[in-house]
Design a binder for this molecule. Sequence first.
Ligand SMILES: C[S@@+](CC[C@H](N)C(=O)[O-])C[C@H]1O[C@@H](n2cnc3c(N)ncnc32)[C@H](O)[C@@H]1O
Length: 461
Amino acid sequence: MDNISNEASVIRYFCTAGSGMEQFVVDEVTRKLVAQDIERLQGKVLFSSSAHITRVKALKSAERLFLLLKRDSPLKLSAHANPARVASVLQSTLLGHRQEWTGAVMTWRRLQGVVADRTEASEGEELRGEEEENAGDFQIMKKRRKMDCGDDFTPGKCRDTTAPQANQHSVPLSFRISCKCSGSLSRCLSVWEVSKVLGGSLSGKLGWKVDLRNPHIEITVYLRDDYCLLGIPLTRLPLAHRCYIKTTGLRSTVAWAMAELAQIQSGFVVLDPMCGVGTILIEAAQDHKLSYFLGLDLDDGQLHKASENVAFAELGDRIHLIKASSNDMPLASASVDAVVCDLPFGRKFGTKTGTAAGLPLILAEMERVLRVGGSLVLLLSPQLSFVLKKILARHDPGQSNQERRSGSQGVTPTLTQGTEPPTGPTTEPCPPLASLKHVATRRLTLGAIDGLVHKYIKTHT
Ligand SMILES: C[S@@+](CC[C@H](N)C(=O)[O-])C[C@H]1O[C@@H](n2cnc3c(N)ncnc32)[C@H](O)[C@@H]1O
């Protein structure tokens, strides 16, 4: 059991993260929470921090947040183990000492006490009544959003905020177990078996009561071939749920990570030339209060939702939306400090050939409006990434002029549209896109499909 005694102000947590997002979580907890003893696992990041719980709950790159109960090596079970052997391994590996569980619950209670706010709970009751009468009212949604932002810890908000049942001196603590078992272990163990053995042992050992419907705490168990992890969820909704977004577009954690890669600074003007409902702009604007954001999109429906989202997040003074094509942006050359863009692909937005065919022109426009030194961050499918690589290879400044000339023969003539006549120290004009220097590529999961985030820096005009 790790370092979660109630005396210690340093608390050990873990977060779940989408595949490919783990490094963003590591960087974020290091920077925002001064986290220590960080351990990165596949899909999880463990860390210790003494930061206030509200700051821990404000992490943007993680999916879910847990108080760490236990981290151990994987269960050693053969596929032919009999039930008695399974129960014995589960108990010896997962259970540990009584004090470890009681200590964890005291820490959980302490954290709960820090944020529990009865006023908010009663405001919630008031609001629910109001909502029934005025369904769809925007002001009420905004008020509701404020309430959601004060997220609670576990299932059963009212019980958490009043918490008489959780009192160790009266009613026994109630719990339920939620188990996720993967890899080869899932062939020799059922989640039902784990819940039964662990639940029975905790009831016997600690006098806690199983309550599947509305427990005080939930104990989450991850059993994998490379580790086992036990924790208590610290928020009712996933951290990835954003209380300030009305209509969701791109996964908010990914949108945040893209903005992070752009290294936005105070005073920057940041452009999303295919902004959809504005998720990237909103994620970026939430974290960068002294920067300005511009979103373009061709689609009226998307722009309408984006403007609703911007108003809902109260960011109308810093996010501006324009109906325009990313093929021909109504912007001066070198007028923005960063471009961040989630290009259309996948089932919802993609066409088989559309984006690939239009990519050279869109890239040329992005390059044109970006200032020298600015970042370009693009989210593409693996297929579009391949096309991007091919396009940029043709314009690699490392190639000789002869190579450039022969390489550019296959490029669509629309490439040069909208670009400024190049200037610079060389006598040979640089072809469009030659200024984009590759910095990094990260592969991320976007639900059913994967995406690749590419970062480029514009090196010259
Ligand atoms: C993948 S979606 C962006 C989703 C966005 N990141 C969000 O969170 O809502 C791509 C967007 O590009 C827009 N689009 C497609 N072609 C465009 C073009 N030539 N110019 C501007 N927008 C375009 C679509 O209308 C769509 O909203």
